[in-house]
Design a binder for this molecule. Structure first.
Ligand SMILES: Cc1ncc(C[n+]2csc(CCOP(=O)(O)OP(=O)(O)O)c2C)c(N)n1
Length: 590
């Protein structure tokens, strides 16, 4: 970061954007800006450090021994995600984590007394944090002392309440909301500089001696710390070559050799199994072959089937920080932010819950895409399959809204083998987060000797079943639980001599990144009669069926009833797909 970048603050291409953004400059460890997100992510950093230390540190080799500090504002303290994260951190006893609250009592609308009058310190005490107070943000000795106490405190994270003044030194703006966002203006800047004893007309001034001071302090200490760590790691590599290789691979986001060799292949089975069951089998294989792949659910482990059950896959708790299963509690938002913190620390991590509650996790998921990190979000109960739970639990607009997040890979596999292929694709991602939307109910496992191999998942969409001579007059496009429905309709259409094709489309995003040639081979532009089938919002499917195509999807919320009745009510039956296909053909011919 140069002085020039700072001069160009908030200008296009500057390394100093409006809010800190991960991976454009070294030293920005996570993207922040949505209040509370940074502190919540810091919990993932702290859990990761303890996990890494537990697996890799050896007597005399403290390879991972860092602490995590987060500076936060009143806004962060008001946001729910910070409370969720603080509660989790307190439970986990993260004594390697220190939050410093810039307690200046000012937010945009005024003094916090208009809306925020709770006892924050008491709240943190109740969360099992060590709470310290420094009454003056300019008292460096006291701050040093508080930080020393943090480093000595065991079994609890530290929360430092640091009383401060916004716009400190500005004679007319100190302690006012204007100091938060409005430029001070030339005259006030002059007066503020005067109060600091600073040259009043100088701009971007770096006085003599500053560079030297930093070089001799932070610069020297950092260089020495890096040198001694590199030497230590060199010796570690000699003594523990396998663990060192793991660390190298993890840091580069590579995977161990043969990481996918034990992934299951499911035989054809008309009864089949739920997407979540297939996922459970794949997850348990992957977490054994990729030791740094960990995760958990927001109190939905038994129903999302995300528990890792192999020997040695214990829980991550304060006494067992090297476990594999995280219990995030019913804190979806903090879960997603924590997963981001783990991913930023180079672990592969997943968080899971029901698809409908992705809404509770979304702000952190969005940041994972913005940061280009491979967080994994596993969502089950992906459509109306949870029947009796009713419309509060039936996703409608969730797929669409996640597909709209740039860079986020969303996959909705159609049978057990597509689930496995989805994992194979996801685990190789290095710079993109992924969402896996899985069914609660069993889906038949397709006979892949009759239909195309599930490896087509890696292209986002593929021709699963085709018309004779690969010359379709109608295309049925489906995702997830509706793939089997399309196949059933396809067989009926074929029996009536109608040349139909079924395209399984687990991922719009991946498909959009294929060559035009491939896309046209799957969806030939001249075949305009098309039906899309998906138990989700119809919005957006025009992209693939055209303005005159047919979309069998959801235009309302669902309802509370057994699945079969819902399928009938909302048109997800083979007969209705067949009728829609025929109507399409009639329209195109007339
Ligand atoms: C989730 C979220 N909501 C709203 C905003 C808009 N916003 C930016 S700063 C701010 C006030 C923050 O006050 P505080 O944390 O006390 O910061 P300070 O005034 O001390 O700079 C708000 C509401 C935001 N960035 N993120």
């Amino acid at each position: 970061m140069t002085l020039d970048d700072i001069r160009r603050f908030r200008q296009l291409g500057s390394k100093a954007p409006g809010h800190p953004e991960y991976h454009w400059v070294s030293g920005v460890e996570t993207t922040t800006g949505p209040l509370g997100q940074g502190v919540a992510t810091s919990v993932g950093f702290a859990i990761a450090q303890k996990w890494l230390a537990s697996r890799y540190n050896k007597p005399g080799f403290e390879i991972f021994n860092y602490n995590t500090y987060a500076v936060c504002g009143d806004g962060c303290m008001m946001e729910g995600v910070a409370s969720e994260a603080a509660s989790l951190a307190g439970h986990q006893g993260l004594d390697n984590l220190c939050w410093i609250w810039d307690n200046n009592h000012i937010t945009i609308e005024g003094n916090t007394r208009i809306t925020f009058t709770e006892d924050v310190a008491a709240r943190f005490l109740a969360y099992n944090w060590n709470v310290l107070r420094v009454g003056d943000a300019n008292d460096l000795d006291r701050i040093e002392h508080a930080l020393a106490i943090f480093r000595q405190t065991k079994g609890r994270p530290t929360f430092m309440v640091l009383d401060s003044h916004i716009g400190y030194g500005s004679p007319h703006r100190q302690d006012t909301p204007e100091a938060h966002g409005d430029p001070l203006g030339d005259e006030e800047i002059r007066l503020t500089k005067r109060s600091y004893g600073w040259p009043e007309d100088a701009k971007f001034l770096v006085p003599d001696g500053v560079y030297e001071h930093f070089n001799a302090g932070l610069g020297l200490r950092g260089a020495q710390a890096r040198k001694s760590w590199t030497e230590l790691f060199g010796a570690y590599r000699k003594k523990f070559p396998e663990l060192a290789t793991e660390i190298d691979q993890m840091q580069r986001r590579e995977l161990p050799a043969d990481w996918d060799r034990n992934l299951p292949v499911f035989p054809a089975d008309p009864k089949g199994l739920p997407g979540r069951e297939a996922s459970c089998k794949a997850l348990n294989v992957l977490a054994q072959s990729i030791p740094w792949f960990i995760g958990g659910a927001a109190d939905t482990g038994p129903s999302t089937k995300t528990k890792l059950t192999f020997a040695g896959a214990g829980d991550v708790q304060s006494e067992t920080p090297g476990g594999k299963n995280l219990h995030f509690g019913i804190r979806e938002h903090a879960m997603a932010a924590t997963v981001n913190g783990l991913a930023l620390s180079k672990l592969r991590a997943f968080g899971a819950t029901y698809f409908i509650f992705s809404d509770y996790a979304k702000p952190a998921m969005r940041l994972s895409a913005l940061m280009e990190i491979p967080s994994l979000f596993i969502f089950t109960h992906d459509a109306m399959g949870d029947g009796e739970d009713g419309p509060t639990h039936q996703p409608v607009e969730q797929l669409l809204s996640l597909r709209a997040i740039p860079g986020l890979v969303t996959l909705r596999p159609g049978d057990a083998n597509e689930v496995v292929e989805a994992y194979r694709y996801i685990m190789q991602l290095r710079h993109q987060p992924a969402v896996l939307a899985l069914s609660r109910q069993p889906l038949p496992t397709l006979d892949r000797t009759r239909y195309a191999p599930a490896s087509g998942v890696a292209r986002g969409a593929y021709v699963l079943a085709d018309a004779p001579s690969a010359n379709p007059e109608i295309i049925l496009i489906a995702t997830g639980s509706e793939v089997i429905l399309a196949i059933e309709a396809h067989e009926k259409l074929l029996a009536e001599g109608i040349r139909s094709r079924v395209v399984s489309m687990p991922s719009w995003d991946i498909f959009e990144h294929q060559s035009k040639e491939y896309r046209d081979s799957v969806l030939p532009p001249q075949v305009k009669a098309r039906v899309a089938i998906e138990q989700a919002s119809t919005l957006g499917w025009e992209r693939y069926v055209g303005s005159e195509g047919c979309i069998i999807g959801m235009n309302t919320f669902g309802a509370s009833a057994p699945l079969k009745e819902l399928q009938k009510q909302f048109g997800f039956e083979p007969e209705q797909v067949v009728a829609a296909a025929k109507e399409q053909l009639r329209k195109k011919q007339s």
